[in-house]
Ligand binder design. Structure first.
Ligand code: ADP
Ligand code: MG
Length: 304
């Protein structure tokens, strides 16, 4: 690829947040496994440590199912005192999904459909109009929207709740979790995918009184991606940045990171940056050591 314009390091080495599908390293088996469970109508929780790539894997699976015709409702569960913001996100995402499903031709009718569904359940489009007490929130009606969407569209719906364990700290959290179990425990055309990383909160969900295992099977995402999966993509991405990654340097990086996804990506990003600064066109052992130092600082700073 002579003379090809180098791609930005920030794009080639994404750090923090889900990795776009074409930049995912490894995890093919995990994506396949999770996808086939969901296709078989089994609601699933992907559990694992922070920053191991849970959201990355779940989002990749959501993309696959979407391209197979499922309606996907993706929700990043917010940290709040009660479920109000979460419910609003579900209303908004269901509105959008029903619009997409209706397609261009039916655009004019789609909005009234979701509004009708909501008003039948006694739910306003904007929950801020409801009083302060979380008990007054129409949680169950909102949580049933994905199921209603499946019923009305005749399509399979996938509800992805990212970091669901945050609900445990809501004032009305227990009721929300129990509603999810009631609504979706026996459902096969609406499937629930959740991920979560806080061991204490997750264990709370699976114990009494919630028993979240009635809704989801729990599978663990390994904390490491094998070194063999990293080698080629790393070399290739450095090349896309216009930098030659020297083999011994690459091995030093991997020996340090052990294949931990976030640490590997951080060290690679900062190695590329320092190679770019020295302007030699190559990342050698020196640049890798700089990269690892900076990655260590970063891990320490946002470690807690
Ligand atoms: N399969 C992967 N390939 C490349 N980088 C990854 C992968 N999984 C995780 N990462 C790195 O870890 C970061 C966090 O990924 P994310 O999916 O948000 O993890 P989690 O949801 O477990 O906290 C990403 O921004 C990326 O730097
Ligand atoms: Mg995540």
């Amino acid at each position: 690829m002579p003379n090809k314009r180098p791609e930005p390091i920030g794009t080639l080495f994404p750090l923090g947040g889900p990795v776009p599908p074409d930049l995912i390293v490894g995890r093919r088996g995990e994506i396949e496994e999770l996808g086939s469970r969901l296709r078989e109508g089994m609601s699933t929780m992907l559990a694992g440590e922070r920053r191991t790539g849970k959201t990355t894997v779940c989002a990749a699976v959501c993309d696959q199912l979407r391209s197979e015709g499922a309606l996907v409702i993706e929700i990043d569960v917010p940290e709040r005192p009660d479920s109000r913001a979460l419910l609003q996100l579900i209303i908004d995402a269901c509105s959008r999904a029903s619009l997409v499903n209706a397609g261009r031709a039916a655009l004019r009718f789609a909005r009234p459909t979701i509004e009708k569904l909501l008003s039948e359940g006694g739910v306003p489009l904007d929950l801020s109009t409801i009083g302060r007490d979380p008990k007054e929130l129409p949680a169950r009606a909102v949580l049933s929207l994905p199921a209603e969407l499946a019923r009305h569209s005749g399509k399979r719906v996938l509800l992805f709740l990212d970091e669901l364990q945050r609900v445990v700290d809501y004032a009305d959290g227990e009721a929300v979790l129990c509603d999810l179990i009631d609504l979706y425990g026996a459902s096969s055309n609406t499937i629930v995918l959740v991920d979560g990383s806080n061991e204490r909160a997750l264990n709370g969900m699976f114990g009494a009184p919630v028993h979240f295992g009635k809704l989801v099977d729990r599978i663990e995402l390994g904390a490491l991606i094998p070194l063999s999966a990293w080698r080629e993509p790393l070399t290739q991405r450095f090349a896309c940045a216009g930098i030659e990654l020297v083999e011994s340097a690459r091995e030093e990086l991997l020996e340090w990171s052990k294949g931990r996804p976030y640490a590997t990506m951080a060290a690679a990003r900062y190695t590329a940056l320092s190679a770019q600064r020295t302007d030699s066109g190559a990342a050698d052992d020196f640049e890798v050591r700089m990269g690892i130092d900076e990655a260590e600082r970063r891990l320490r700073d946002d470690g807690a």
